[in-house]
Design a protein. Sequence first.
Length: 101
Amino acid sequence: MAVLKRIGVLSSAKIMGALCLIVGLFVALLAAASMAVIGSLVSSLGPAAAGVPVPMMGIGIAGLVLIVIGSAIGGFIYGAIVAIIYNVIAEFVGGIEIDLQ
């Protein structure tokens, strides 16, 4: 039975950052699809409701990019914090036992 005594802070942060980047991409794609559906519904209401200014579209695209970047940065920070907390707690109560083959 192996015991996980320490977690590399930078290693954990990189993995969590990458995982959250993937989740952020998925969320951004869902948000973009939702905006496309809502946009098509609004445009079907008539010419008065159909005009979405180009700057507003730019803000929407920037928001999608910020979702992806923000989730990756947040995941990186979260991974580092969790690794630090785990390392402190593992010193007092012991590490997680892992059965490896």
